[in-house]
Design a binder for this molecule. Sequence first.
Ligand code: ATP
Ligand code: MG
Length: 178
Amino acid sequence: MKDSKGLILVYTGNGKGKTTAALGTALRCLGYGCKVCMIQFIKGDWHYGELDAVKRLAPDFEIHRMGKGFYHIMGDKVPEKEHREAAERALAFAREKMLSGAYRLIILDEILVSVQVNLIPEKQLLDFIQDKPDTIDLILTGRGAGDAVIQIADLVTEMKEIKHPFQKGIPGKKGIDF
Ligand code: ATP
Ligand code: MG
């Protein structure tokens, strides 16, 4: 698979399924012996099942949570500066991982939210994409993909909410939502 040209895939929109689509793609890629690294922006302490699942796939699959939790919602008390520094650290770390040559697939989970809320200037993400080695596939997730990212991507899928249990007051479910 080393000879095929790497793609830029974007999962965006307000419906559910962006992060899980990225995880599904990772699973598929792992099946061919490829190494996968997912870096999560925004996401902080909240527990997700995939964090434990990937331990069984180590060292081929890594997830690094590098956010400070919800930004400006759900009673966020983290100073702006800390959110910003965490986002910068995450992007710098992702760049190191991408350029290390160790991975075939790099996933920047929720990066598009970080850009949308201005924790990361869009230009920095575009520069990151520009620096992507040819052989690496890159997945970007998060609501609100901007026009420039959509332009540059090879695949853009918008998850569109038709129905969500949340509308009926059903809270997030273990194994489905986290
Ligand atoms: P998932 O991680 O399940 O693939 P996602 O990445 O598309 O979802 P995010 O915008 O990252 O969704 O939101 C993360 C959390 O919000 C998940 O627990 C998800 O189930 C929940 N969620 C996603 N879409 C909706 C929605 N339309 N209404 C309410 N909750 C949602
Ligand atoms: Mg998500």
